[in-house]
Design a protein around this ligand. Structure first.
Ligand code: SAH
Length: 268
């Protein structure tokens, strides 16, 4: 595998920081990322931001089909050149946030990506709330973000609640900044999100209305924060009582099940 610096020099282009371009070139690291996806040879994979195609190579050799969506038009000819020998790879030019991921496949799919860090949250939201969700996502993200995603009470964040509403996240690996070129300013982690647990019973929009209200002001108690939903003080007390949750608690201490109870109490 050619070093990304050399490959880019060959094509006379420079990495774009604004697109989160930090390329992975360490083969054992790439292999470990793909291991985490537990791919079998008949599966389909969506890769977000293939960059110079280093992860794509490994994916192509282990999956039935890889669709890779890359936003930077300068990289498309490089990807076509680098990956032209695979007949199971499709390179698509576009913004992942503007595509319906399921429309790219006619069957179940997994997502594997070293994502552009500046849109990690948006990518998570886009894929997790898609009507046809992936079976699993394996994402290389900023370590601090991965830690927030897997947090548990009493240290939950809205990001953690949002991901854990849909699936079960685990940190499966950490990656040193030196494995990337250019080197990012932060350490990275490989986050796996298993989505095979099935759908929750609560309505998605209502659940997030309640959870967002609960987290609306950082250190405040639930009974104060829930007011932003527009209910009266009495209605809030009644809802909390029905869900059997103390109004003096703070949002970071609630489990997903407790948010679901609150959702059912406020929106029966
Ligand atoms: N997967 C490659 C590159 C990672 S860098 C590797 O591991 O080496 C992140 C990549 O995402 C870059 O190639 C960047 O151009 C691309 N990207 C940034 N925003 C994107 C978007 N909205 N949709 C698709 N790709 C995007």
């Amino acid at each position: 595998m050619m070093h990304p610096k050399q490959l880019l020099q060959l094509y006379d282009i420079a990495p774009k920081k604004s697109l989160g371009q930090n390329f992975l070139f360490d083969l054992p690291v790439l292999s470990r990322i793909v291991d985490a996806a537990q791919l079998s040879a008949d599966e389909s994979v969506l890769e977000i931001g293939p960059g110079l195609g280093s992860l794509t190579h490994v994916l192509a050799s282990r999956a039935a089909e890889v669709v890779a969506v890359e936003l930077d038009d300068r990289l498309i000819p490089i990807l076509q050149g680098e990956l032209g020998t695979y007949d199971n790879v499709t390179i698509r030019h576009g913004d992942i946030l503007k595509q319906d991921p399921a429309a790219l496949f006619d069957r179940d799919y997994k997502v594997v990506a070293n994502v552009p860090y500046y849109i990690t949250g948006a990518i998570l939201k886009h894929l997790l709330s898609a009507p046809q969700k992936p079976l699993m996502m394996v994402l290389t993200v900023q370590k601090e973000v991965a830690e927030r995603v897997v947090a548990e009470p009493p240290n939950m964040s809205l990001l953690g609640v949002s991901v854990q509403y849909y699936g079960t996240p685990t940190i499966v690996d950490t990656i040193k900044a030196g494995a990337f070129w250019p080197r990012p300013d932060v350490d990275s982690a490989v986050l796996r999100i298993d989505l095979t647990g099935g759908q929750r019973a609560t309505d998605e929009q209502r659940f997030f209305k309640v959870a967002k209200a609960g987290f609306s002001q950082k250190r405040k108690q639930l009974k104060n924060n829930l007011g932003v939903m527009g209910f009266s003080k009495d209605e809030i007390s009644a809802g909390l009582a029905q869900a059997e949750i103390e109004g003096s608690r703070r949002a970071q201490t609630l489990t997903i099940e407790e948010w679901e109870r609150l959702t059912n109490a406020f929106f029966p």
